[in-house]
Design a protein around this ligand. Structure first.
Ligand code: ADE
Length: 255
């Protein structure tokens, strides 16, 4: 998978050199290219923003510089890898608190793409015509990682790249790890993962639940599902309310 990231702060992406994503890059599973937006400016001050039409606080990122940057990156293509034929154009992701919520389902969908281009806005955001221009030619998604406002899109991109990257074949050490994740499609859809334990069996007087030491796989699976349901009801009642009753079994209903 190829990932292009455009930002005025490329230093933000140093964490992509380490851990799972760093290793995937070394192996060539992930081709991550980080670009300085200011490289496509033409004035001595390398200006990327201007005052908003209609007035108001803050600054808006200028469309010309974004257009030149995205055109130049697309001209480097096509990207090979992912599902299907090589992609002539990337799917463009614009992180913004005004976007659709970024979910595990969207992470799965994006993990199947051969090429993603992340456009990091700062200040009040990117001139809206940029999204309209490219939206006519390729898929453009404005995505939010949560109901709070960050100083820019960089940290949101780190979050999304990690969520997407760990779903790529061969990136997670244990292929089963992603299956039991909170929010994963299937049995864990709309459910939070329950508590986990490791050795020793007693630590500072706190015992590991006995069922986990029993070796009885059926009882352990039942206990894990009960704990997942309990935690979902306690921490995310709106998620619990959205669970399809058809997916609940007769033991679940007692909770
Ligand atoms: N940029 C600023 N805040 C953001 C958020 N919550 N999600 C995505 N991008 C952002």
């Amino acid at each position: 998978m190829r990932l292009d990231i455009v930002s005025i702060f490329p230093e933000y992406f140093a964490p992509l050199d380490v851990s799972l994503i760093g290793k995937a890059r070394e192996r060539g599973t992930l081709d991550v290219r980080i670009h300085q937006l200011r490289d496509w400016t033409h004035d001595v001050h390398k200006t990327v923003d201007d005052t908003p039409y209609g007035g108001g606080p803050g600054m808006v990122m200028k469309p010309e510089v974004w257009g030149e940057a995205i055109d130049a990156i697309i001209a480097e293509g096509p990207a090979v890898g992912g599902v299907g034929a090589p992609a002539a154009t990337p799917r463009i992701i614009v992180p913004t608190p005004s976007g659709r919520p970024f979910t595990q389902e969207i992470a799965q969908e994006l993990a199947a793409e051969p090429w993603l281009l992340f456009a990091c806005g700062r200040y009040e955001g990117i001139d809206s015509r940029v999204m309209r221009e490219y939206g006519a030619r390729m898929r453009v998604d404005e995505l939010s990682i949560g109901d709070y406002v960050l100083a820019g899109g960089e940290v949101a991109v780190l979050v999304m790249v990690e969520a997407i990257g760990r779903l790529l074949p061969g990136v997670l050490g244990n292929v089963h790890s992603a299956v039991d994740d909170s929010f994963a499609p299937g049995a864990m859809r709309n459910l939070l993962e329950g508590p986990v334990y490791t050795k020793p069996p007693v630590w500072r007087g706190h015992e590991v639940p006995e069922v986990l030491l029993s070796g009885h796989h059926g009882k352990i699976a039942r206990w894990r599902r009960d704990e997942a349901l309990r935690r979902t009801v306690a921490n995310r009642p709106e998620l619990a309310a959205a669970i399809d009753p058809e997916t609940l079994d007769k033991h679940d209903r007692k909770l």
